[in-house]
Design a protein around this ligand. Structure first.
Ligand SMILES: Cc1cc2nc3c(=O)[nH]c(=O)nc-3n(C[C@H](O)[C@H](O)[C@H](O)COP(=O)(O)O)c2cc1C
Ligand code: SF4
Length: 485
């Protein structure tokens, strides 16, 4: 993962923990409405993919255990990982693209309800993503994957040459020559692996995204409601399809790209379909980027406009993130796929303990505050969820008291210690296992390996009922909190 060159090392600084009375009187532990549903507390666990689903996208026992463990900590809201809306194979990523996924997802809802004694509201993040392939071995790229075109033949110098001859010739060219012969997308496919974009309108499945996606999202949301989830989060952030429609890089000329109002069109149409499918008495919001943090990408000006449009359209919450794009991702090794959290924008999305003078704690807050203020200026009081390096009670309380956000998200801190919420509410904050922001968890995510936290995955491995990761060395859920009541 990319790190700021300053490499200043930070440690978490939660400050003093509150007493039970202070916690009870705090804003953090006060209720908030998201549309028709009330969260008991303004605490929120944002979506995190733990790579626990079956290869066909079904809920497994490991998925149930993972969310059960979060439920036991009783956050105000828990958002289930990015879950695919299509009925297509997507590896071990949770899916909601067909009714056959419903029994497992219903069980997931039941398990979290029981573990949290009904205190945690359970939402599910629903996602669409485009094709991305692994970085090819160059030999195979030239012999199989590259589509031979007229410019390749011209460069070879014989328009009647067989495809095989052109392929063999290209495979033996120097890097400098290839840079002249291949177009930028072909070079990217060679160096990083082929990646589809929403602007590839010459492909029918890309051109027709605006007609396909509204109903795909709407049916996924309907299924979420049928399973008993308390709400749906539309994934409009990071590197995926909907965020790509919102991006300044989206120059589609069909009314769904170009200026900000055209880029917002499909996300608004998706929301309208979802809303009419699930009704006005069901929470629907989205996660979007406050800034893309890439060259030529969307800025706070764009996201303020999007946030206001989404709020005006009737979204029940807006969860803000930053960065996490493919455009600046690190080059993967041959045989691996590019990963959107490995570049500078990835750092902004999940900042780690080696940082610059701004540090990793609360880097998103300034822009979040400005977007919320712009919403309020327009009398739009849609609740805003902030996240990014938040781990301390006073830090969270200041976010609410200062008007930066209405709800505070704790992703990696909740992974490190799912009991953060209960411990702090009970005046036992000094027992919190603080996230060190090392991104060890994220490194597993990157390799699509079961995500665990280095602070607990080797602890008490012989406790009864402990399930281990596929490597046989790591426990899959945080150890229970031994409450010395
Ligand atoms: C292992 C892992 C998986 C993640 N998966 C998702 C995801 O599915 N959807 C999403 O919007 N963000 C995802 N994120 C980003 C987090 O939700 C969060 O925005 C980010 O970690 C910053 O918040 P934090 O500093 O509190 O961890 C993931 C983060 C981690 C560490
Ligand atoms: S591995 Fe644990 S300590 Fe490290 S960043 Fe992830 S949650 Fe935090």
């Amino acid at each position: 993962m990319w790190r700021p060159p300053e490499r200043i090392r930070y440690v978490p600084t939660p400050g003093r923990w509150p007493t039970v009375a202070e916690a009870a009187a705090s804003q953090l532990f006060s209720p908030v409405q998201i549309g028709p549903v009330r969260l008991r507390h303004r605490t929120w666990v944002p979506a995190m993919v733990p790579w626990r689903a079956s290869p066909e996208g079904f809920v497994t026992q490991d998925v149930l255990d993972w969310y059960e463990r979060f439920g036991r900590g009783r956050p105000g809201a828990l958002v289930v990982e990015a879950t695919g809306i299509r009925d297509v194979p997507s590896g071990p990523l949770l899916r909601i693209g067909h009714d056959r996924f419903l029994p497992g997802l219903r069980e997931l809802v039941r398990v979290v309800r029981e573990a949290s004694a009904g205190e945690t509201r359970l939402l599910i993040q629903i996602i669409d993503f485009l094709t991305i392939r692994r970085r090819p071995d160059p030999t195979r790229y030239f012999s199989e994957f590259l589509a031979i075109r007229a410019p390749h033949r011209r460069a070879y110098g014989r328009s009647d040459a067989s495809e095989g001859e052109v392929r063999a010739w290209l495979a033996s060219r120097s890097r400098d020559e290839l840079m002249r012969i291949l177009d930028p997308r072909e070079l990217e496919a060679l160096d990083y692996g082929y990646r589809q974009r929403v602007t590839d309108v010459e492909l029918e499945q890309i051109r027709t995204l605006p007609t396909q996606l509204p109903m795909l999202f709407a049916h996924a949301a309907r299924r979420a409601r049928e399973c008993g989830f308390d709400g749906v989060e539309l994934h409009y952030a990071h590197a995926y399809t909907m965020a790509s429609f919102l991006s300044r890089h989206n120059v589609r000329a069909d009314g769904f790209g170009g200026d900000a109002s055209h880029r917002a069109r499909l996300p608004l149409e998706v929301f309208a379909h979802v809303r009419s499918m699930v009704g006005s008495d069901y929470p629907v919001g989205c996660r979007l980027l406050a800034e893309e943090c890439i060259d030529g990408g969307s800025t706070m000006e764009d996201s303020t406009y999007f946030a206001c449009e989404f709020a005006r359209a009737g979204m029940d919450f807006l969860s803000l993130s930053r960065g996490g794009k493919f455009e600046d991702a690190r080059q993967p090794k041959v045989g691996e796929a590019a990963y959107p959290y490995t570049g500078k924008s990835g750092y902004e999305c999940m900042p780690s303990y080696y940082s610059d003078e701004r540090g990793p704690f609360g880097r998103n807050l300034e822009v979040t505050a400005r977007i919320r203020a712009a919403l309020l200026d327009q009398q739009l009081n849609t609740p805003i969820v902030a996240a990014g390096g938040i781990h301390g009670f006073h830090q969270a309380e200041a976010i609410l008291a200062g008007g930066t956000a209405d709800i505070v998200g704790f992703a990696r801190q909740a992974l490190a210690d799912p009991d953060w919420f209960t411990k702090v509410a009970r005046g036992r904050g000094d027992e919190v296992r603080l996230c060190l922001y090392t991104n060890y968890c994220e490194a597993h995510d990157q390799r699509h390996r079961q995500v665990t936290c280095e602070l607990w995955d080797r602890e008490r491995l012989d406790d009864s009922g402990v399930r281990l990761a596929a490597d046989g060395k790591r426990r899959l859920t945080a150890p229970s909190w031994e409450r010395a009541e």
